[in-house]
Design a protein around this ligand. Structure first.
Ligand SMILES: [Zn+2]
Length: 450
């Protein structure tokens, strides 16, 4: 990376520091074992008195970790809104607590009240602490996390994020909402970072314009938020022409739920999860008619058909309307490295047969997001089952060799070729829809595929 962009990324960091505060090293934990059953937090109770607790250690990755095996970890801290961050006044801004964890169960309490819950895959939160920050205002925040049975638990990230124009800034078109001096420094930092990443990769000659502009930021004006924001808004206006390249690009997300039939849970639990997942997708499609969802695994559809015929009818209707895509073509998402060819052939035979019989069509897309390794003969077997495309993201999991291609022809020994697509990486156990992570992927994708 050029020294130009190094400077830009430093300034972006400075901009974020005006409205974001890392609070990861401020958590206290109790060394005494608080009863596993205790699942409410009251700062007035003796066992929750923080002066008897200890500051939790943050490891070199920035994580707070504890033992595996469903161990409970309580973390708590008092958050006091300062007058300013790096001199930038915070009064009147929205304050959110942003958390990411790796825990089988998560409960977050604000001032003793249970505010949010999560689990291993619902593993991040942006919790609203106040709509209008008042310097000096205090919040007691406590988190009860349970480590997974198979792995250590972790609080991976925690920060306070102050935001402006909540609601408005997220709605398109952005420019309309950013007229005058209405600008959110954190959101703007994201915009510049995305711009810098695109320019660095595809239009390096234009980086100088960004550098010249960013050098003009007068950091001595920070304490006067109005004046500083006005300067940022002008700066943003001058950068808009540079974003032309990005605006020609578009993301088309496809909703997908990857459900292991049995891993750290039983199939009985998977059936419950499948019902909840499918119901919430159908509900979301009521609110967001453009939401398209894709799902594999005839074994699950068959269970739904037999046990929840009402739900099955709704799924069939969504498939008919093109809002729900049947994927995979195999009975489950199987292991495909060690099993025999006959086993894979039967997966495809039974899977496609079920799709044809129940939905009136077979799928043309083989979809294996989580199988460890792929036999060389798969394109040949897929093709004979009426499949034309293969999708996986598993090759991103290699921590040593970065797989260089996003879209490629995969050829079997017999010469059968299949167009193969790498889905986006699964970041730290969850699909990360952070715009910066998505940009990294989009830039990678574009440089791989042109
Ligand atoms: Zn899986």
């Amino acid at each position: 990376m050029s020294s130009y962009s190094d400077g830009i990324f430093n300034d972006i960091k400075e901009l974020r520091k005006l409205v974001q505060k890392d609070i990861q090293s401020n958590w206290y934990h109790s060394l005494e074992n608080i009863s596993v059953n205790s699942d409410s937090f009251n700062p007035n109770e003796a066992k929750f008195k923080l002066d008897t607790w200890h500051l939790a250690t943050v490891n070199e990755k920035g994580y707070i970790t504890w033992d595996k095996g469903r161990q409970v970890k309580w973390l708590a801290q008092k958050i006091t809104i300062p007058y300013a961050l790096q001199d930038y006044p915070l009064s009147g801004l929205t304050l959110r607590l942003v958390l990411t964890w790796w825990a089988e169960d998560a409960k977050i309490f604000v001032n003793g009240k249970l505010t949010q819950q999560g689990d291993l895959f619902d593993s991040s939160a942006r919790i609203l602490l106040t709509n209008s920050a008042i310097p000096g205002e205090e919040f007691w925040v406590a988190i009860r996390l349970v480590s997974p049975g198979h792995d250590i638990g972790a609080l991976m990230r925690s920060k306070c994020v102050y935001e402006k124009l909540v609601g408005a800034v997220r709605e398109p078109p952005l420019q309309k909402n950013l007229i005058g001096n209405q600008i959110d420094p954190g959101f703007f930092a994201d915009e510049i970072e995305i711009l810098a990443k695109y320019l660095t990769k595809f239009e390096a000659e234009k980086l100088q314009i960004l550098v010249t502009n960013i050098n003009e930021i007068d950091w001595s004006k920070v304490a006067n938020a109005q004046e500083f924001d006005r300067a940022l808004a002008n700066f943003r206006q001058q950068l808009l022409p540079l974003a032309k390249h990005i605006k020609q690009r578009c993301f088309y997300p496809l909703g997908h739920a990857h459900l292991d039939l049995a891993w750290l849970w039983t199939t009985a639990e998977t059936y419950q999860v499948a019902q909840r997942t499918f119901e919430s997708v159908l509900n979301l499609q009521q609110d967001f008619p453009y939401l398209t969802f894709g799902h594999t695994t005839p074994a699950l559809y068959e269970w739904i058909e037999q046990n929840r015929p009402d739900l099955f009818i709704q799924i069939k209707e969504a498939v008919r309307q093109g809002k729900w895509e049947i994927l995979g073509g195999m009975w489950v998402e199987p292991e495909v490295n060690l099993v025999s060819g006959e086993s894979i052939a039967r997966q495809l035979l039974y899977g496609q047969h079920y799709f044809k019989e129940k939905f009136g069509k077979i799928t043309r897309v083989a979809w294996l997001p989580d199988s460890f390794g792929f036999s060389w003969q798969l394109p040949q077997l897929f093709k004979q089952a009426g499949i034309d495309y293969f999708v996986t993201g598993k090759l991103h999991w290699n921590d040593t060799n970065k797989f260089p291609l996003g879209c490629f022809w995969w050829e079997s020994p017999d010469g059968t070729r299949m167009l193969t697509l790498m889905s986006p990486p699964n970041v730290t156990g969850v699909m990360d829809t952070n715009p910066i992570t998505m940009t990294d992927y989009a830039v990678d994708w574009e440089s791989q595929t042109g």
